[in-house]
Design a binder for this molecule. Structure first.
Ligand code: ADP
Ligand code: ZN
Ligand code: ZN
Length: 736
């Protein structure tokens, strides 16, 4: 056998193929490992790709030489690389793009690996001698701790303000800085250790015990659905399962929804587990993310808690994967590589041969179906833990009732009573802005987005800033509100309906003695903003108004009343998943009430009190709803009883998406799968692009994938594809 002469490289470009290069000058191809990054020329650009194989030079084929090999050892390898190849086949996406998506941005760009050596401080000889005679005070307290080496990140977490007394100790020559694992570090590997874990604050109840026991006794890959009502102690089950996993010397990965990764939640994990807990979320900068990813790869990170993209961390010593709130929509990536982090977590757990726990109070119908069919072990927590009682839910019929910024007088009276009793109130409205529509009362004109509207289907612009500004929530287009109606010059322009801003104004005017805080993407940009608001409120009486950002996370100890406003539009949405999403949202929001010892009340305002979804949900809870909904899905051949893929295309000119999708239809014809369309998308125009789609369905996944295996490569190659922006969404979460 001859030695390999060329490198096969996956590049982050939207083409379903690999590229061959000669090794960088002066290097043998064999010296560059599969899974290492390579900087290469590509057209006029330089890009960073990943080596996925070696090959032989073919006579007559001129190859360009790579510019530089960036890693001595593979960055992607083993189980992760294998699982990513599975993902490529499942999503029918280019390998280069998938591998790039799996790497943290800094590494994807080709930046050098960050130094993840952990440092700490320890008393030196002089320090140990001086310690007993030191005067009491902060330096002495710190010196006492540093009798044993302590990591800097441990000190950051455990000893706020430690750097000032450290300076004193350094000036007096009593301490030295050490690397983890170095000889100077006293005790074996103590820098890698956290603090002593807090003791378990209560004994697990019977259902929790059964769940913990089931997970503990799992051998190899074992998927679990932990189906527990809000506040039933699911997190407690995760914590004990993770502690068990750590005790066996294994790593744990915990996925949480975008808004669930609160400082509160992290602090709880850190206090209980007694090892450094690495967080991975959008609030970190690129080098922090790269460092965490690498710490996982090196085995240094034992527990990684992260949002969607944390599903891509390497886990060389994996022992457990947890997906909290597995039904949450933020696990699905909506552009680029359209993966679902929960589903990929299951794939990885299988490849890693470890248990995976999916937790939720409102499991997705897919997961529930899998549990009921016996594909997942079904663990249930039916009761709230400790002394907390389930909230009382009431449907408030607001037909013919006067409304004030959308709130009925009964709701306002309940808010008043809750505040008078010293409690906190949450008003939930899933609409940002001041009002959803700006209407001319004289002629009927209303403000539409010029970039998203068609003559048949106008898209309203949302009113913001108390009426002064208009903004399209679909494309971001903004402009000042017109001073007069553009059609009839009337000054009678009126905001119609209520967004969170308007409700805030109304409640501030009525309840001026208490804090009224609005929480939505408009008011709470940065991720710590919400926590600051909540910390400032503490346990005092007050009102929170918010969108679904408030539906989870952040325990509010004193929350006694939840008022849900304006759910009616969700009751009549055409999307097949809208009922499921609304039911989940209502249960999750309701679950915020009464988590402490005080009982909670939930008021659901509606003009459709007889609607079956509300009736079922209030009468029988989420599982009654799910029973009915699963039956409907089965009758209509929708997931989880069929498998879908959605091919979307958009272009400035209406005929181009249609031509592209027509081609796709031709390519897929005869494959035995159901093909619906091409049809205009439910939102047929966005940001100036005309949008169409082709829906594919099959009772079995294999048939769907076989058809796509044939069609997708041909689509990449087709001239029709160059005139559109297109994407394939396997298992779409909605059909928009
Ligand atoms: P979930 O994750 O299901 O919403 P948590 O794990 O956050 O629930 O638990 C809800 C509350 O109940 C927390 O304050 C937690 O400390 C407490 N708790 C959990 N398990 C028990 C238990 N066995 N006994 C008493 N309190 C518990
Ligand atoms: Zn008018
Ligand atoms: Zn728009």
């Amino acid at each position: 056998m001859t030695a390999p002469a060329t490198l096969r490289v996956a590049l982050p470009v939207p083409l379903p193929r690999l590229f061959d290069y000669l090794p960088p000058p002066g290097l043998d191809a064999a010296a560059v490992a599969v899974g290492a990054r390579l900087r290469v020329p590509f057209g006029q650009r330089e890009v960073c790709g990943l080596v996925v194989g070696h090959g032989q030079a073919e006579p007559g084929v001129e190859l360009r030489a790579a510019l530089a090999a960036l890693d001595g050892a593979p960055l992607l390898q083993g189980e992760l690389l294998t699982s990513l190849r599975w993902l490529v086949a499942y999503l029918h996406a280019p390998l280069g793009e998938v591998l790039a998506a799996a790497l943290p941005a800094a590494l994807r760009r080709g930046e050098p690996l960050p130094d993840i050596t952990r440092h700490g401080w320890v008393l030196n000889e002089a320090g140990r001698t001086a310690l007993p005679a030191m005067r009491a005070g902060k330096p002495k307290a710190l010196a006492g701790l540093l009798a044993e080496a302590r990591a800097e990140d441990w000190l950051d977490e455990s000893v706020p303000g430690w750097r000032a007394p450290l300076r004193t100790l350094r000036e007096r020559g009593l301490v030295e800085r050490v690397k983890a694992g170095s000889e100077a570090e006293t005790g074996s590997g103590s820098l890698l250790r956290g603090s002593e874990p807090d003791p378990v604050p209560f004994s697990a109840n019977t259902e929790q015990q059964l769940a913990i026991e089931a997970i503990r006794s799992a051998d190899g890959f074992a998927p679990f659905l932990l189906d527990g009502v809000t506040g039933s102690g699911k997190t407690e089950v995760y914590l004990q399962a993770i502690a068990e996993c750590l005790a066996r010397g294994r790593q744990a990965l915990v996925l949480v929804p975008e808004i669930g990764l609160t400082p509160q939640a992290l602090a709880r994990f850190r206090a209980r587990l007694g090892v450094p807990v690495h967080a991975l979320h959008s609030g970190l900068n690129d080098s922090e993310r790269a460092a965490t990813w690498l710490a996982a790869a090196s085995g240094q990170a034992r527990v990684i808690v992260g949002t969607r993209s944390a599903v891509f961390v390497p886990l060389p010593e994996a022992g457990l994967v947890v997906v909290d709130e597995e039904h949450d929509g933020s696990y699905k990536q909506f552009d680029g590589i359209r993966y679902h982090a929960r589903d990929f977590a299951i794939v990885r757990a299988r490849a890693l041969a470890v248990p995976v726990v999916l937790g939720s109070a409102t499991p997705s119908l897919e997961t529930l179906h899998n549990a009921r069919c016996g594909r997942y072990q079904y663990l249930r927590l039916r009761q709230r833990a400790g002394a907390a009682r389930p909230p009382q839910v009431r449907v408030l019929d607001v037909r013919k009732r006067p409304l004030h910024a959308g709130l009925s007088e009964e709701s306002l009276a309940a808010i008043r009573a809750a505040l008078d009793g010293g409690g906190q109130v949450l008003v939930f409205r899933n609409r940002r802005g001041y009002a959803p529509v700006l209407l001319c009362h004289d002629c009927g004109w209303s403000a539409h987005c010029p970039r998203c509207s068609t003559p048949e289907r106008p898209t309203a612009m949302t009113v913001h800033a108390h009426g002064k500004r208009l903004q399209c929530h679909h494309c971001g287009h903004r402009r000042p509100s017109p001073p007069a109606c553009p059609d009839c010059a009337s000054l009678a322009l009126q905001p119609q309906g209520n967004g969170t801003e308007r409700i805030e104004a109304e409640l501030q005017a009525r309840f001026d003695a208490v804090p009224v805080i609005r929480i939505d993407r408009g008011s709470t940009g940065q991720r710590d903003g919400l926590q600051k608001h909540l910390d400032a409120l503490g346990n005092r009486p007050g009102i929170l108004i918010g969108t679904q950002m408030l539906a989870k996370g952040h325990d509010l100890g004193n929350l006694v009343l939840v008022v849900v406003v304006g759910i009616d539009e969700g009751l009549f949405s055409a999307d097949f998943r809208s009922g499921e999403k609304l039911a989940q949202l209502l249960i999750q929001v309701a679950g915020r009430a009464g988590r402490a010892e005080r009982p909670g009340t939930v008021l659901l305002q509606t003009h459709h009190p007889e609607h079956p979804l509300l009736q079922t949900l209030v009468g029988g809870g989420y599982h009654a709803f799910a029973d009915g909904e699963l039956a409907l899905r089965e009758a209509a051949d929708f997931p989880p009883f069929a498998h879908l893929a959605l091919l979307r295309a958009e272009a400035k000119q209406a005929e181009h998406p249609l031509q592209f999708l027509q081609l796709a239809k031709t390519l897929l014809a005869g494959s035995g799968i159901d093909i619906h369309g091409p049809l205009p998308a439910p939102m047929p125009r966005r940001a100036g692009y005309v949008r169409s789609q082709l829906l594919l369905a099959a009772p079995a996944r294999a048939a769907l994938h076989a058809a796509l295996d044939v069609a997708v490569p041909a689509l990449y190659a087709a001239p029709e594809a160059r005139r559109v922006r297109w994407s394939l969404d396997v298992d779409p979460l909605d059909l928009y």
